[in-house]
Design a protein. Structure first.
Lengths: 270, 269
């Protein structure tokens, strides 16, 4: 009996330790984002200086806006292209489906840097200058296959006779797809969209090589500020702690709220 | 009879065209560049130059070793975590799993930056000065830190699928805990191990953000190599990219393909 308790404690300790290591850096930044100075290690007193600096710096705000707008646009376009593509693939001949699926897997398993290099070289070869368009294409290349991957399983689970029934009852194929098929795959479409958003928000490498000059996202900005640091980046780096904290809090809130609403739904079902 | 205005099959055309233009053709362009020299003549010069340079080859070996160590450490940490969570009878174990996935949603570069600040703090403390110059240690730590969820998720999902009655049967038949683990848990979680390993090994070979930000630009991995050639020699860059591409495809083929349903970054949670 005692041995079991010991094993239980050991298990909890191990999981707790791994979680502690995962969260220490983030919590450290969260604490020092409220410090007066921009030195980590000595807490000089509570202040919101870094938050003020974050919201007062138009360059930083611009780059945050860029990041989210790009992620939103890329995710919308990828979701539309990927969902329509998955529908087409689902209904087409097996051989064609396998071909498209194979090509679609390439960006998923490929190293990001290879994808970035191949796109850049191709853009130059066809005389396309780096612009917002090339950046958007780059993000769509990494996001769309994941949308297809999350829509496909829902299509396989779907009851196909409903579509036939809609046709028999006089719906046009388009209307049947829109009114009958689409509602059944909505969960897959939504998770595909969310996935596309996070992939795009997280991306550094493809952004770096397809972006127009002067265009900064959070990733490229932080990377450049830390690796090619110069005199006044120290101040903005401290405001990045504030940014990390804000993003972290938003994510935690999002997860807590979605979990709570999920629980409530389950209880309502009972 | 009504003539349908459009066929459902035609819906795949836009995506197919997109893939041809922005995935297939770029791959072919890479192959073309890899086998040509600066004057666009067909040549194997890039291969010969690359594979006859010992410093380049040793960098590749280093990069492979770093990726290997990262993958092994990730597996050693993730496997017990996934096992404990999958077999625990807790009602809210989902919440704990969520805690492991949650940091993944903070911007990747910001997360690495947080770790960098932690290392800076630690190396300023007494007795920890060695940390400042241990670039390889910091790089591997950072990669494990960032890629751990990619290992935990597929392991957890495959372990959940293991029928609990198998454990009971094994115990009934007289197997001890260790035998049950090696004969039941490990073989049945093999698909999870495979997809976890591919999900971690590849980025730790190519994602140079971690090695650049934590390794004081002293640690060069294959991905960094390609990026260094970006500016001046696309033919060489394409050649390395091609080699990497072949490695990726062969390893994906060997590990039985990418299990899409399992590890799409926790979106299915």
């Amino acid at each position: 009996m005692n041995k079991q308790l010991l094993i239980k404690c050991l298990k909890a300790f191990f999981v707790g330790l791994v979680l502690l290591v995962l969260y220490t850096p983030i919590l450290l930044l969260a604490i020092y984002s409220f410090d007066k100075t921009n030195m980590i290690g000595r807490f000089e007193g509570f202040s919101l200086t870094h938050y003020a600096a974050l919201f007062g710096n138009s360059k930083v705000l611009g780059m945050i806006g860029n990041t989210f707008l790009l992620a939103f646009l890329a995710a919308i376009l990828s979701t539309v292209l990927g969902t329509v593509g998955a529908l087409g693939m689902f209904y087409t001949k097996k051989r064609v489906k396998m071909l498209i699926h194979g090509a679609s897997q390439i960006p998923v398993i490929n190293a990001e840097i290879v994808t970035a290099l191949s796109l850049t070289v191709t853009f130059v070869a066809i005389g396309l200058h780096r612009s917002y368009f090339t950046l958007l294409i780059g993000h769509m290349v990494i996001c769309t296959p994941f949308v297809v991957l999350s829509v496909m399983p829902k299509l396989k689970q779907m009851d196909n006779s409903l579509y036939e029934a809609a046709l028999d009852l006089g719906a046009s194929p388009f209307k049947a797809l829109w009114k009958v098929v689409l509602p059944q795959i909505v969960p897959g479409v939504i998770s595909g969209f969310m996935l596309a958003v996070t992939l795009s928000l997280d991306d550094y490498i493809v952004t770096m090589y397809t972006r127009p000059s002067g265009f900064e996202t959070i990733s490229t900005y932080v990377y450049n500020a830390t690796t090619k640091g110069n005199a006044h980046t120290a101040v903005t780096l401290a405001s990045l702690w504030a940014l990390t904290t804000i993003i972290f809090v938003i994510i935690v809130l999002f997860v807590v709220i979605s979990n709570l609403s999920g629980l409530r739904k389950k209880e309502a079902k009972r | 009879m009504k003539i349908p205005r459009f066929s459902r099959k035609t819906l795949c055309i836009p995506y197919a065209v997109f893939l041809i233009f922005f995935v297939i053709i770029p791959m072919l362009v890479i192959v073309f560049y890899a086998f040509t020299d600066k004057n666009m003549h067909i040549s194997l010069g890039n291969f010969i130059r690359f594979f006859s340079d010992p410093t380049k080859l040793s960098t590749i070996v280093y990069s492979l070793v770093i990726a290997l160590i990262t993958t092994v450490i990730c597996l050693l940490i993730a496997y017990p975590v996934a096992y404990i969570l999958a077999r625990s009878k807790m009602k809210r174990k989902f919440v704990i799993l969520m805690l492991f996935v949650l940091p993944m949603w903070i911007n990747f570069v910001l997360r690495v930056n947080a770790l960098r600040e932690l290392f800076n703090l630690l190396s300023s403390l007494g007795g920890m000065e060695w940390l400042a110059s241990s670039n390889y240690f910091k790089t591997v730590f950072g990669m494990v830190y960032d890629f751990l969820p990619f290992m935990i998720l597929p392991l957890y999902t495959t372990m959940l699928k293991i029928d609990p009655s198998l454990y009971e049967a094994s115990a009934d038949l007289g197997a001890n805990g260790f035998t049950t683990f090696t004969r039941i848990t490990v073989p049945l979680s093999m698909p999870g191990i495979m997809s976890g390993v591919t999900m971690v090994f590849l980025p730790s070979m190519t994602n140079y953000v971690v090695s650049d930000m934590l390794g004081n630009a002293k640690v060069t991995i294959i991905g960094k190599f390609i990026s260094d050639y970006f500016g001046n020699d696309w033919h060489m860059g394409s050649m390395i990219a091609l080699v990497l591409l072949i490695v990726v495809f062969v390893s994906t083929w060997l590990t039985g393909g990418f299990k899409s349903e399992e590890n799409v970054r926790g979106a299915n949670l």
